[in-house]
Design a protein around this ligand. Structure first.
Ligand SMILES: [Zn+2]
Length: 154
């Protein structure tokens, strides 16, 4: 019997050691837990972190279970979406401890903070939003909103 953990999402990785290793070195991490910002859902999957010449490339395979409202009948239902993620995270500090990225310029890039912490939760949130179905259906043959109850019973 497996019991799903409903703990908050654990998606923070310290990459201090990985950043000292040669390009191509990698780590694997299990990712799991409840995401609660903007999208609520249970996240499960694996992340692979690969040292690149500039930072760390993150590759994940994730499954997110979330409650959606059916676009036809408006009932909520549990929807499971699976997707792949690939993003490069760049350290804000270079190896000498100098600021490597100008924070004055807003950047679309994901960053590794000055404590060598790589936080995947924002990445997971964005990819989940991207992968949510535009017109979710509780089942493919959903026939839409039922006729009003003919007996008027609520
Ligand atoms: Zn439906």
């Amino acid at each position: 019997m497996t019991r799903l953990t409903r703990d908050p999402l654990q998606a923070v990785v310290n990459v201090a050691q990985l950043l000292k290793e040669p390009v191509g070195s990698s780590r694997s991490r299990d990712i799991g837990g409840m995401m609660e910002e903007e999208v609520e859902g249970f996240v499960q999957g694996q992340a692979k972190l690969i040292r690149t010449s500039r930072g760390v490339l993150v590759q994940c395979r994730l499954t997110v279970e979330t409650e959606l409202a059916c676009s036809r009948c408006l009932e909520t239902f549990l929807c499971s979406i699976s997707f792949a993620v690939e993003e490069e995270f760049l350290p804000v500090l270079d190896l000498c401890g100098n600021v490597a990225i100008s924070l004055a310029e807003p950047t679309e890039e994901f960053t590794i903070d000055d404590k060598n912490i790589l936080d995947l939760s924002e990445l997971i949130r964005q990819y989940t939003l991207l992968n949510l179905p535009m017109k979710p259906l509780c089942r493919p043959e959903c026939s839409g909103i039922k006729e009003a109850n003919p007996h008027g019973v609520t």
